[in-house]
Design a protein around this ligand. Structure first.
Ligand code: C5P
Length: 219
């Protein structure tokens, strides 16, 4: 059916931030609202896909009928994504996953010290890159790139390094784009490094553009 172009397709979308625990009351997080990822998940569901949304801590609610798995940390998100990736046709990783986490999570609340406190951080696993390594030829993998400088080159680099089919660049330099706003301005690069620039739109409209770009690959 024309209105259900993703009918029969299984889709995974990651959304929101991750929280990396420091101790029982504190964490390292970021300003991601989850709005973009939820909009993408909703749009895919609307277009007939069987959608699983892997959501970090976010106040967003999905409007469509989809499976939602709530997670907290980057490690949780890695576990959830890895466990279902083999059974997905299309994956869009929109989450703002922490790149570092405290090396040691204190069991007790850390007490205020006399002097400065140093936290040692270790790298988290790059989920998108790890999925890219395991990607099968029929699977489509899409990543986001949020940069503050030299954005196009970083975006193209990610496309190749992480074995992606599309990379979606959204810039913090554009007013009304990025984390908390209801609008976004994106540029899409495909594998041939062809570039499509879109106008500033509501995140719902942006999600439609992203689904359309993915549909072009499938066809
Ligand atoms: O390399 P960078 O983190 O900027 O790439 C961003 C893309 O990678 C996004 O699609 C994001 O969801 C994904 N990512 C991930 N796991 C990480 C870090 C980023 O899936 N640990």
């Amino acid at each position: 059916k024309k209105s259900m172009p993703f009918y029969g397709k299984t889709v995974m979308v990651s959304a929101g931030p991750t929280y990396e625990a420091i101790d029982p009351v504190r964490f390292i997080g970021n300003h991601s609202s989850g709005k973009m990822g939820f909009a993408i998940a909703d749009e895919f569901a609307k277009l007939g896909a069987d959608v699983t949304l892997i959501a970090g801590p976010s106040t967003q609610k999905a409007n469509q009928n989809l499976k939602r798995i709530d997670i907290i940390s980057a490690q949780d998100m890695l576990n959830a994504c890895s466990s279902i990736f083999d059974n997905t046709d299309i994956t869009v990783m929109c989450a703002a996953v922490a790149d570092y986490k405290p090396k040691v999570v204190s069991v007790q609340k850390i007490k205020k010290q006399e002097n400065n406190l140093t936290l040692e951080l270790e790298k988290t696993t790059d989920i998108l890159a790890s999925l890219g390594k395991n990607k099968k030829p029929h699977q489509i993998l899409v990543g986001f790139a949020l940069e503050t400088n030299d954005e196009e080159n970083y975006a193209k680099g990610k496309l190749e390094k992480k074995n992606l089919d599309l990379v979606i660049l959204n810039s913090l330099n554009d007013k009304g784009a990025g984390f908390k706003s209801d609008t976004n301005k994106i540029t899409i690069f495909n594998k041939a490094l062809e570039k499509t620039v879109f106008d500033m739109k509501s995140k719902t409209e942006v999600a439609k553009d992203i689904c359309e770009a993915i549909l072009k690959i499938i066809k």
